[in-house]
Ligand binder design. Structure first.
Ligand code: URA
Length: 210
């Protein structure tokens, strides 16, 4: 697994407002979209493209379009859904699949309760959306579903990662075909499984409910 920590003043500025406990859901949601825009730009550097002829007002040339088969976006329900709009603004040429994984709050282990992926994920580039890479269980399970289906080039886009989650991803996916692009790498997890300093429960902060 390759880890890429975005290192950019605009991302740091927006992340600081996002982390602030006083930031309310409407602002939180639009900041998430802006951050995902910026991270998607970084995450799509290796997006496959194909040559296409185009005629400008001056002459003909060969341009580029996103290649077929189209990439797949996979938000992990619930908090990953809050990243989908920002992702699709930059990458509208995508299919979208959904995975529902919740963390069992007693064992902190992931439980899959929904999975709706395109029929054929083989040889597709996939972008998994999950704001908080905490223990890494949900992300690792989703990446494994996609690899089992034959997907290639899986990139996860996260806002905050804990070293524990990064270590799990590195252990499960030693090859370079899995990448994680993250806005911030934090200190670690507390005894409740929350990232420290983190931003709290991303789903609650997006949707204003527990
Ligand atoms: N999920 C969250 O929403 N926040 C954390 O800090 C950890 C997991």
């Amino acid at each position: 697994m390759q880890l890429h920590v975005a290192n950019h003043p605009l991302i740091d500025h927006k992340m600081t407002i996002l982390r602030d406990e006083r930031t309310e859901s409407p602002v939180f949601r639009s900041l998430v979209a802006e951050l995902v825009n910026l991270l998607t730009y970084e995450a799509s550097r290796d997006l496959r493209v194909q040559d296409v002829p185009v005629t400008t007002p001056v002459t003909g040339m060969v341009g580029k379009h996103v290649a077929s088969p189209l990439p797949i976006a996979v938000p992990i329900i619930r908090a990953g859904l809050g990243m989908l709009d920002g992702f699709l603004q930059l990458m509208p040429y995508c299919e979208v699949g959904f995975v529902g994984i919740r963390r069992n709050e007693d064992t902190l282990q992931p439980e899959t309760y929904a999975k709706r992926l395109p029929d054929d994920v083989s040889d597709r580039q996939c972008f998994v959306l999950d704001p908080m890479l905490a223990t890494g269980g949900s992300l690792a399970a989703t990446v494994q579903f996609l690899l089992d289906g034959g997907a290639t080039g899986i990139t996860a886009i996260c806002l905050v990662a804990a070293p524990e989650g990064v270590a799990l991803m590195q252990e499960r996916f030693p090859d370079d075909n899995v990448r994680v692009v993250v806005a911030a790498l934090d200190e670690g997890l507390n005894e409740h499984g929350y990232i420290v300093p983190g931003l709290g429960d991303a789903g609650d902060r997006l949707y204003g409910s527990a």
